[in-house]
Design a protein around this ligand. Sequence first.
Ligand code: AMP
Length: 291
Amino acid sequence: MTDQPSITTTKPRLVTTREQLRRELAEARSTHKTIGLVPTMGTLHAGHFSLVETAESECDFTVTTIFVNSTQFGQTEDFAGYPRELEDDLRALSRYRTDLVYAPSEAEVYRDGHSTYVEPPTAAQTLEGRCRPGHFRGVTTVVLKLLNLVGPNIAYFGQKDYQQTVVIRRMVDDLDLPVAIRVCPIVREEDGLAMGSRNQYLNSSERIQAPALSKSLKLAAELVEQGECNPAVILAQMRQVLAHAGISRVDYLAIVDPETLADVRRIDGPVMALVAAQLGKTRLIDNSRIG
Ligand code: AMP
């Protein structure tokens, strides 16, 4: 398990304002330490901790941010009910070497009069962007602000949010931001369910249905391995796996080019398979690189 290292047991330093953050970072900067940034929305789990561990192994100074970013939630989404467990998160992080936690308030990030937003790249228009209008505008805006505040050498993101990594890489390149983006593998429960802060919303029968998402991705990989190269055939079989588990509210099933996220007509190289589905009140996403 990645959530049980034993490096330290003191809580990481917590700062909540950008002035404090800048002060804390000044020394790391003046001594030319390599700075790593791990942006999160908190309610940390083993997926987040894998990013923290990777950052710590590659950087001299690691900043984990915890901020439930209102601007990436749609009006009908779960912003108000999104789990917030700062004390537990800090306790859990004390088992890591994380040097600093930045957990600002809403008013600290979006100060009075805030009205500037990033126009996200075209990769934001499909998949999640289509289901969650405005989502990536909020994501790119907050990530750009965090990159500007922390000035990391490397920023760490999870493949769990694959489209987000494509969008952020594009933004970083388009806007000439001096940061490397690292994407870490998806951490899963034993039954294959991708870990996520929203998994705790699942009731017991939904929890039994939930691994069907990863099962459908596994089937897609198997079919490609067996020589199937027609995405339509694979998507139909994936949908059957979900239907068999009783999952009917499928937001999307897609097989796309890993860089452009455009649908592929024939599989003749690596592709990404992605799925998003609604189980009761909980929306789950998952993906896998295949081919
Ligand atoms: P979140 O707190 O959900 O916004 O996630 C913060 C970061 O952790 C994002 O880069 C996510 O992609 C990443 N992350 C979330 N869940 C997982 C997971 N199961 N495995 C790996 N990374 C994850």
